[in-house]
Design a protein around this ligand. Structure first.
Ligand code: BES
Ligand code: ZN
Ligand code: ZN
Length: 502
């Protein structure tokens, strides 16, 4: 779909449908005020819209959509999209409105939709923000995982016009950013949605290498022999039970004005399927564990976005890709593994595999003398217990970096919440027989923090590091206003925002 910002009036738009955001009346039971562009359309259409509003058919309730068939106007349908109460407004509502409007227009068979960008200019949302938020909501909202359906959906929205009476240039500036952020996130979602039999480690590595060629960054792939040479004990232990060969992908991007700069390292957990290994998971909902590569997908998406936006940074991406299965040669609970860093780890559960592969990647990052490291991982079920599906868990060793991640989360609509990393949590991972164990306290007390603490033990000395536990945010079990069921691409938008701040 093309996003086309322009100066113009809705009432003159020659397409299939036009959409306007409408706030709910602050006073309960009173009809909402129609924004001026919709008033013009209502007048031409003989007052059908105002009559419907008076009768209480459409109240402006958040994410409600009403369609009015206009007859003789240039466009055949007007969509009113509820923005909720002004007192509850936040910028993310603009993404939601765009997602709702685009899906409604598509389902009505529309090919060309115009959205009134001026109708969402409120409380700090300026023209440029409107362009960005509307574009993100539209592109993210229209995506569905359809690649393996024999019959593809026929209905497709082809053009979204963002109309303003103000500066189309500003709307276009925001739309350009939004298109990069959302399209990159959609690529991450497509890979995340792909199941374990198709998106196995070698396939993921091949996809990474193809993306690198297409978008202009470098990609190198280490195989099992090289992992052994690198003494990546964590990687080798997790891959031992699977017939799928593992891969360790190294991405490099050099943005403008970044020569000689120390790199920012992005690391993503790439377990292409997590059965739990010998500590096998219950079979109910185990299919969901194809999503355990979402951190890897986020890093791939962030590289695409960074390269397309020409972010002025040096970036290194480290993507450990492994399948976690039980098998005759699988790792056992009780194993003691020498990790790449030289530390020994006791495997209490083979289901705590993410931290094993991330530990080797964190240690590997030393080679690049990073300025900062950000890792993303669907690491713990405990994170879902603590924070639910509304935000990712944030941990780290650097307040400045953490606060930039928090700001980026706010801006991108990918919320994070910081968890404490006090020294006394180190005890949770103390092993009787090795330097560290891969499961924290019995009963899972502070399981997310214990996992974060395990990772911290492998972060290169003196480097600022942030860890995002995306276990609750990487997958939508139910569709949300602009994210369908399945992979959410979480991390891509946040990282793009962050890379502009570092
Ligand atoms: N990939 C899972 C984390 C996960 C579990 C995400 C459930 C979303 C829902 C991870 O590898 C895992 O299995 N972690 C264990 C750790 C435990 C054994 C200490 C968990 O969370 O149960
Ligand atoms: Zn696991
Ligand atoms: Zn896992």
């Amino acid at each position: 779909m093309d996003v086309i910002p322009a100066t113009g009036a809705l009432v003159e738009f020659k397409g299939d449908a036009v959409a306007v955001g409408v706030f709910e009346n602050q006073e309960k039971g009173k009809p909402p005020a129609l924004p001026q562009p919709a008033q013009g359309i209502d007048a031409k259409a003989g007052g059908i819209v105002s009559a419907s509003i008076k009768s209480g058919e459409f109240t402006g309730k958040l994410n409600s959509v009403s369609a009015y068939h206009l007859g003789s106007l240039p466009s055949r349908v007007l969509l009113l999209v509820g923005l909720g109460k002004k007192s509850d407004f936040e910028p993310d509502i603009v993404r939601q409105a765009a997602g709702k409007a685009c899906c409604a227009a598509r389902d009505l068979g529309a090919k060309k939709l115009a959205f009134c960008a001026d109708s969402v200019l409120f409380k700090g949302v300026k023209a440029k923000d409107a362009g960005r938020l509307l574009t993100e909501g539209a592109i993210l909202g229209l995506y569905k995982f359809q690649s393996h359906k024999s019959e593809a959906e026929k209905k497709e929205l082809e053009e979204l016009h963002l109309l303003t009476k103000g500066s189309a240039r500003e709307v276009a500036d925001g739309a350009k950013y939004g298109e990069i952020a959302a399209s990159s996130a959609n690529i991450a979602r497509e890979i995340a949605n792909s199941p374990g039999n198709l998106a196995h480690p070698q396939k993921m590595a091949a996809v990474a290498s193809e993306l690198a060629r297409n978008y202009g960054f470098k990609c190198k792939i280490l195989g099992k022999t090289e992992m052994a040479k690198e003494k990546m004990g964590g990687m080798l232990s997790v891959t031992a039970g699977s017939h799928q060969p593992p891969a360790f992908v190294i991405l490099e991007y050099e943005g403008p004005k970044s020569k000689g700069k120390k790199p920012v390292v992005l690391i993503g957990k790439g377990i292409t399927f997590d059965s739990g290994g010998i500590s096998i998971k219950p079979s109910k909902d185990m299919d969901r564990m194809k999503f355990d590569k979402s951190g890897a997908c986020a890093v791939l998406g962030a590289f695409i976005a960074a390269a397309r936006a020409k972010v002025p940074q040096r970036l290194v991406g480290l993507v450990p890709l492994v399948e976690n299965l039980p098998g005759g040669s699988a790792a056992r609970p009780g194993d003691i593994v020498k990790m790449r860093s030289g530390k020994t780890a006791e495997v209490i559960s083979t289901d705590a595999e993410g931290r094993m592969i991330l530990a080797d990647a964190l240690d590997y990052s030393k080679k690049y003398k990073p300025r900062a490291i950000i890792d993303l991982a669907t690491l713990t079920g405990a994170c879902v217990v603590a924070l639910g599906y509304e935000c990712s868990g944030l941990m780290g060793n650097d307040d400045k970096l953490a606060s930039l991640v928090e700001k980026s989360g706010e801006e991108s609509g990918e919320r994070v919440w910081r968890l404490p990393m006090w020294k006394f949590y180190n005890d949770y991972n103390k092993s009787e027989v090795a330097d560290i164990k891969n499961v924290g306290m019995a009963g899972g007390a502070a399981g997310t923090i214990a996992a974060g603490k395990f990772l911290e033990a492998f972060v290169p000395e003196g480097v600022a590091w942030a860890h995002l536990d995306i276990a609750g945010t990487a997958w939508n079990e139910k569709p949300s206003p602009y994210l369908a069921l399945g992979g959410t691409g979480v991390g891509v938008r946040l990282l793009l925002a962050l890379l502009h701040k570092l």
